[in-house]
Design a protein. Structure first.
Length: 277
């Protein structure tokens, strides 16, 4: 397994790794500090958990902070956002108003400029309804939060996660990587990815393969005789038979999203979530 401890990347990025490793958070949450060379102020993306020594490390790396940005609302990314922003005297910009501090949010198409640094906001729903990615054209990179991880693949957890939107978001990121010749992906967990297109190709193929496996599993099950509560676990036992059972809980959440995408009405409508534009 690749060792990962954060560090400096490109001309504008520094990753401060949070001390919250786990099954779902991998090595820990990647807090990204972005600053234009020669710039006085920085942007901090995903301050992560409320751990004093982590917030101290972010402040040491960041200096004055113009804004905190959130890729999405999950606790391991957002818990310390308000606390850190208040400490630094700035706002929190997020898609979900519940996580904002101040009058400015973050929406698809926004360009956030700080001392010459430009961060382009890209709506990438699917992992969560409020998932955003952040494109740094000057460094040729995109910060993906949990939409693309530095190791393994992400969970699309029903009901907040929606597979159709997630597939659209992967396609959108693939177009971005292709059209702008992105050098790298800076993820929310795990190491930096140096070949953006290859990893996005893998992610897209993996999702379609898993969906086909779920469809095949349904064909082999007597679905009418299985309760909606039991069906996702029965599918997991077939499709994820080769996966460590400690991960089956997360797999079951993804299966629920896949079943909703396939039109099983007890898990939600197939077209009930807006795709990325």
């Amino acid at each position: 397994m690749t060792e990962w401890s954060g560090g400096s990347f490109g001309e504008r990025g520094q990753c401060v790794l949070a001390p919250n490793p786990g099954i779902m958070s991998l090595d820990g949450t990647n807090t990204w500090v972005l600053r234009e060379p020669g710039g006085r102020r920085s942007i901090v993306v995903d301050p992560g958990p409320s751990i004093a020594r982590h917030l101290d490390a972010i402040e040491e790396a960041s200096g004055p902070v113009a804004a905190v940005l959130l890729t999405h609302h999950h606790y391991d990314h957002s818990e310390a956002a308000r606390e850190f922003a208040e400490r630094m005297g700035c706002g929190v910009r997020a898609l979900d108003p519940a996580y904002q501090l101040g009058s400015e949010g973050a929406h698809d198409g926004d360009v956030i400029s700080v001392d010459g640094l430009e961060v382009h906001v890209i709506g990438t729903p699917g992992h969560t309804a409020d998932s955003l990615s952040f494109h740094l054209p000057a460094d040729g990179v995109v910060l993906t939060g949990d939409t693309v991880l530095g190791r393994g693949t992400t969970v699309v957890a029903h009901p907040d996660g929606h597979l159709g939107a997630y597939l659209d978001s992967l396609d959108r990121l693939h177009r971005l990587a292709d059209e702008h010749e992105l050098k790298a992906i800076w993820p929310g967990h795990g190491p930096v990815i140096d070949d953006a297109l290859a990893v996005l190709d893998h992610y897209i193929a993996h999702r379609h393969d898993r969906l086909a496996q779920v469809e095949a599993a349904l064909v082999g099950l007597d679905v009418a005789a299985i309760s909606p509560e039991e069906l996702p676990r029965r599918v997991v036992e077939i499709v994820y038979a080769d996966v460590d059972q400690v991960l089956w809980g997360a797999a079951e959440m993804s299966v629920r999203a896949q079943l909703a995408h396939l039109g099983h009405t007890e898990f939600g409508p197939r077209s009930g979530f807006p795709a990325a534009q």
